[in-house]
Design a protein around this ligand. Structure first.
Ligand code: ADP
Length: 300
């Protein structure tokens, strides 16, 4: 009986949310939270009313990636208030509730389900165009419970983030199969860390001796370029990092009949934006990852 009352309460809360999008990954460390954070920034920049819900209970990195470390959730008579980056971008994460961010959260399934239910039932988002849900990697208790809790209110679908190599793609196949089993539409797959893309002026150049010692010769190379071909400093150098000879995510998508959304390169400037809790779309400082992300988000 309690369960059905909870579902009614969740349905009431979710009645003011137009679209719900899940961001999933098979493995950790592939850039799922980075993608969720930048997706939320991008939607908010388009003047949508956006909520970002972080249910990665054991590794909540969303507060940092949104520049909200150390913030706390407040309670009002309407419920828990999200922490706001802008008036149209609110964030909710277990990270806001932990007294010490270095403390490990060791919770078993029921406790995790309990907090997810509370997030859905007690957070007062108000009117939202989009609720982006950053899920933990894999397919565990959290995924099953959130899908169950939200099924009645409808979920638009899931975006799955992966890296190009086989070891990550194998887990994505499981993720896709999970989505099919629970009736969650796969909106598409993003191949992140797809090659390294870096502005030439950001590179360090090393001379490696026979004994393996490295000598930094960046200044010498830069001086040469500045003198002989300054336009080369603005070039973006690209190299493959992971083995994608198997065709990467694009091939897997065509095999599995799910949409391929595009590739985002490894880009130190995107990593820096995430570390500093900034949108990578704000200035022109995010190399080629920002336009790549923008192309993907515009497709949704
Ligand atoms: P996940 O949520 O999948 O565990 P994160 O989003 O936390 O992964 O990303 C792991 C680390 O890699 C973070 O430091 C993040 O800033 C960095 N990162 C993710 N994608 C990129 C990218 N395309 N270029 C550079 N750094 C990236």
């Amino acid at each position: 009986k309690d369960e059905s009352l909870d579902l009614v309460a969740i349905a009431e809360r979710m009645a003011t949310v137009k679209h719900k999008i899940f961001v999933l990954s098979g493995k950790g460390g592939v850039g799922k939270s980075t993608f969720s954070a930048q997706l939320a920034f991008a939607l908010a920049a388009k003047d949508f009313q956006v909520g970002l819900l972080d249910i990665d209970i054991c590794g909540p990195s969303i507060p940092k990636m949104l520049g909200l470390e150390g913030q706390e959730i407040h309670q009002s008579n309407l419920g828990w208030s999200p922490v706001y980056v802008e008036s149209n971008l609110g964030v909710m994460s277990i990270g806001f509730m932990l007294p010490n961010p270095d403390e490990a959260v060791i919770w078993r399934g029921p406790r995790k389900n309990g907090i997810i239910k509370q997030f859905l039932k007690d957070v007062y988002w108000g009117e939202l165009d989009f609720l982006v849900v950053d899920a933990p990697p894999g397919t565990s208790d959290e995924h099953i419970s959130i899908v169950q809790f939200l099924q009645a209110t409808g979920i638009d679908g899931a975006i799955i983030v992966t890296t190009p190599q086989q070891v990550s793609l194998i887990d994505v196949r499981k993720e896709v199969s999970f989505c099919k089993k629970v009736g969650l539409q796969v909106l598409g797959i993003v191949e992140n860390m797809s090659g390294l893309s870096q502005q030439v002026s950001d590179f360090k150049f090393m001379r490696v001796t026979e004994t393996g010692e490295q000598r930094d010769v960046t200044e010498w190379v830069m001086e040469y370029m500045r003198e002989k071909a300054p336009e080369m400093l603005d070039l973006v150098a690209f190299s493959e990092v992971f083995d994608s000879s198997g065709g990467g995510a694009a091939k897997m998508c065509s095999d599995m009949g799910v949409p391929f959304l595009g590739k985002v390169p490894l880009d130190p400037r995107l990593c820096k934006a995430a570390e500093e809790g900034r949108s990578c779309f704000d200035d022109n400082k995010c190399g080629s990852s920002a336009p790549a992300l923008k192309r993907i988000i515009d497709k949704l």
